[in-house]
Ligand binder design. Sequence first.
Ligand code: GLV
Length: 309
Amino acid sequence: MAIVIASDIKNLKPWFSALNKVDPSVEVTTMDEVRDKSAIEFILAWNYPHGLLRKYPRLKTVASMGAGADHILNDPYLPENVNIVRLADPGLSQDMYEFTLAAIMNRLRSLTRYRENQMQGIWKKTLYCRISDVTIGVMGTGAIGNHIASGLHTAGFRVSGWKRTAAPSGLYKIYHGNDQLESFFSNAGILICLLPLTAETEGILNKQNMQMLPKNAWIINLGRGGHLVEEDLVELLDSGHLDGANLDVFRTEPLPPGHPFWNHKKIFITPHIASIPVPGSVAPQILENYRNTIENKPLKNKVNRQRGY
Ligand code: GLV
């Protein structure tokens, strides 16, 4: 019995050492080095080759090496009875919050524009926005979204959230469902997408919805590339309805050379870096789920396959 890591992550050393540090008695191996596939019940996965799981006849659990599990749920060969778990880590939520805050503050104070001006020797002051001028809309108020929305509220922003199903408003107002999408969008000067990618949320950042945002709104997409209809974003940026977008996730990653986003003046690209899991921080929950798997006990942070997250 062992944990197999099936992943496209180049340097797995930190994962091996972190798992080994928490429980040296558990053997950890890679998908290329595994000796006896028929003895494996638990796979730790990130962007693994689809079809691979079928080669493990006793597989019980696939654990995502990230907060999202869409890369597993999208596997057309996903065995039916396998459980899927994902990471839930306060460190990941905090990293996402810090990224979001940096993107918003850059937007409010135009720091990138001043840098561009500097390169051309231009000394030009422009008006800036204050935290108190902005309403932020957070799409997806699960653990990460709620952490971000609460942090932004504490930092002094007006914040509202949107989720699929009704939830009581606390620190900030929560809209829900398609019926309340327009009220939510029409108030969001900066829209942050943190939704899980499901059949329902695919393409939710489309022309019809983004047009409901106030003029000069800004989009920050940290969910998945599949949430965004790319040509609709470019159209609304070019028409002047939207003022800019920070995109950290893309339909194809890495973003292909020649993609229109690369050279778009109003699009700010980062390479899926808003948060990366720290193996030392998440190893205990992975090993707990490994033990629960072999002892047939309930799993933590289990993904609901029907719901899609
Ligand atoms: C990153 O995108 C993650 O799912 O953790």
